[in-house]
Ligand binder design. Structure first.
Ligand code: ARG
Length: 277
């Protein structure tokens, strides 16, 4: 008799996130293939959509901090790019593009005030956009934004072994557009966004990973925030939502279409502070 594999039990862990309201959100330049400055952006709608994310995180029992948005920094809403954090250690971003460079100082100041001792990256690297902690290590993306040399720097500063993964498709320019950490031992990712070698690495580490279709990846379905059980992800990623449920997770669909115009989704708006206290 064929047996149906049991659905794993997933446990939520209370988290703490840093968010930045999209008060000055706009698409005035293009630094990734999603951004088209000739398309209008509705900042009021962006604020309302972002508010649904903040409310959802709080509603799930998580602690949400905010960093003050600054005029002239339209991408600052993507707070997760401002720093890489693990075990209370902080590597503040060094943004690849001059348009975003001043965000780093704001993050450094926020972390200082919050009682951390942040180090600013010497090499270009973009925080949790490319550095995702999981199970005692850090998955690190290299590609348009972060270099492999910066992975070594992160390993030293954050004090955890880094697993380097190479991004292979310009639409998936940060690791968190192509892969989401779901729990301490489970991830979901889009294989075509990675090189063959990185696919081998991912398969060896996570043989039961959830694999996204091109359709779900193209709505930034992988730009998801998980607390170990509940997974906030773009509403249009229907396939992923079903796959998550089958694997014991609880999908929480969100609509953030304005932020998608800048190439962002739920995860890049939420910098996870690790640990929570
Ligand atoms: N417009 C921003 C940029 O290109 C979007 C960043 C979104 N963040 C992310 N981690 N995917 O930098």
């Amino acid at each position: 008799m064929p047996t149906t594999p049991a659905v794993p039990t997933r446990t939520a862990v209370r988290r703490r996130y840093l968010l930045c309201p999209p008060t000055y959100f706009a698409v005035t330049y293009s630094i990734n293939p999603w951004m088209d400055p000739s398309h209008p952006v509705d900042t009021g709608a962006a604020l309302r959509q972002w508010e649904t994310l903040r409310r959802a995180l709080r509603g799930l029992g998580h602690q949400v901090e905010t960093i003050t948005p600054q005029p002239g920094l339209p991408d600052m809403v993507f707070a997760a790019n401002g720093a890489a954090v693990a075990d209370g250690r902080v590597l503040v971003a060094r943004f690849r593009h001059p348009e975003r460079a001043p965000e780093a100082a704001a993050h450094r100041a926020w972390f200082r005030r919050a009682g951390y001792r942040p180090t600013t990256a010497a090499l270009p690297s973009e925080g949790q956009g490319d550095f995702l902690p999981i199970g005692g290590r850090i998955l690190a993306g290299s590609g348009p934004r972060t270099s492999t040399a910066a992975h070594r720097e992160a390993e030293l500063i954050l004090g955890r072994p880094v697993v380097s993964l190479s991004l292979a498709d310009p639409r998936y320019y940060h690791l968190d557009t192509a892969l989401a950490v779901l729990s301490e031992d489970q991830v979901m990712y889009y294989p075509a966004a990675f090189t063959t070698e990185s696919n081998r690495t991912l398969h060896a580490l996570f043989p039961r990973a959830i694999l996204a279709t091109g359709q779900d990846a193209a709505v930034l379905g992988l730009n998801a925030v998980s607390d170990g059980r509940r997974v906030l992800l773009p509403e249009a990623a229907h396939g992923l939502a079903a796959q998550l449920e089958a694997d014991g997770f609880v999908p929480v669909p969100l609509r953030l279409p304005e932020l998608l115009k800048a190439g962002g989704g739920p995860k890049c708006c939420a910098l996870e502070l690790h640990p929570t206290s």
